[in-house]
Design a protein around this ligand. Structure first.
Ligand SMILES: *Cc1c(COP(=O)(O)O)cnc(C)c1O
Length: 357
């Protein structure tokens, strides 16, 4: 028998989003389309030439330079890892731990608190307001009350789709001993960012990913932008050669197809507005505006999880947040292709009319 699980981990149940085999998968905020074929062709060519008998570039310099160029910063202001979740884990290994505390505003991406717990970092939570926002005054009060070492924001926020208030982020940044993490996993869909604040704030980290707008979650590539002094510290908290050579070259090549990406983002945002308009006009649901590639809504029925089940029966998988106390009765739908969104809308009409059916 191995020893029991480390005490700090026993309460964690891991990240569970059901992977069901249905026609229309609108539950994990993935892109409905595979990456551009020209990128896949470039990648296959590059793979033939990779020196697989050598360790990869430990500093991932070419990838970091390409990522940095997108944000007007150099490679030394970028850290890249296996998905932005690993970026967050590295941050918490470096700046969290059992003597430190992280503050999250709920509802938000549950991995922020979960990775904090995995790294024995204390977690304190504060609720958002009715529109799922948090303003500067609320942030001021929360940081004064909890004196956190780390404050998490998520913009656009998952699962609500709301942008964070810049003044609220600024309020947290005003405390120089606090690390402020702004998770912009869906930043491409909003057209906004706080990356411009990095130059003036050595306590700000902005995380991004290639998993959502870039259509390549299978590659597991995420990164952060921060001042070089902070990036340099992260070397103490990740394994050597953590980013394999395939990921590094794939990331560099993916970024070259940014014109297709921009077209896709524009098209997905149009589809999002179409779905929001449908939900707004649909008597029987409450919907929140979204700046991301998903929409949170609440069927006005007693049992939202019955609506979820009825959607699954119709071949449409969305994400069920209805049992979570900070999003009671809510479901989240990822924007898919026009045909998938039509399927969702039609299935929702039926599901709300007869949720158990
Ligand atoms: C999906 C998501 C991530 C990402 O993940 P990786 O695939 O690990 O890059 C990070 N933050 C938020 C808010 C997300 O929704």
């Amino acid at each position: 028998m191995p020893p029991p699980l480390r005490p700090g981990l026993t309460a964690l149940r891991g990240y569970h989003s059901p992977q069901l085999d249905v026609d229309v998968r609108l539950n994990t905020n993935e892109s409905p389309l595979p990456p551009p074929q020209a990128f896949v062709d470039d990648l296959v060519d590059a793979l033939r030439r990779l020196p697989l008998h050598r360790y990869p570039d430990r500093e991932a310099t070419e990838l970091r330079a390409a990522l940095g160029a997108r944000h007007g910063v150099g490679p030394d202001a970028v850290f890249a890892a296996n998905g932005s979740n690993e970026v967050l884990q590295t941050l918490l290994l470096a700046f969290g731990g059992h003597t430190r505390r992280a503050l999250v505003f709920t509802p938000t991406y549950t991995m922020h608190a979960q990775i904090a717990q995995m790294t024995e970092t204390g977690v304190v939570t504060e609720p958002r307001d009715d529109a799922f926002g948090v303003d500067a005054a609320a942030v001021d009060a929360a940081v004064a009350r909890h004196a956190p070492d780390i404050v998490f924001f998520c913009s656009p926020n998952n699962p609500t789709g709301a942008l964070e208030d810049r003044g609220a982020v600024a309020a947290a940044l005003a405390r120089p001993d606090t690390l402020v993490v702004v998770d912009e996993a869906y930043g491409e869909f909003s057209g906004t960012s706080v990356v411009d604040l990095v130059a003036a704030h050595d306590n700000l980290v902005v995380t991004r990913t290639l998993s959502k707008a870039w259509s390549v979650p299978a590659l597991r590539l995420g990164y952060l932008v921060a001042q070089p002094s902070l990036v340099a510290l992260l070397g103490a908290a990740h394994l050597p050669y953590h980013l394999n050579a395939v990921s590094q070259v794939a990331g560099v090549l993916a970024l070259r197809h940014d014109a297709e990406l921009a077209e896709r983002v524009a098209w997905l945002c149009d589809e999002r507005e179409r779905v929001v308009a449908f939900l707004t006009d649909f008597d029987g649901v409450t919907v929140w505006p979204s700046s991301a590639n998903f929409v949170l809504f609440r069927p006005d029925v007693v049992d939202a999880s019955a609506v979820w089940t009825s959607l699954v029966d119709a071949g449409v998988l969305v994400r069920d947040f209805s049992a979570r106390p900070d999003t009671p009765g809510c479901l989240r739908v990822t924007i898919g292709t026009a045909a998938e969104n039509d399927r969702f809308c039609a299935a929702l009409r039926v599901a709300c009319a007869d949720p158990v059916g």
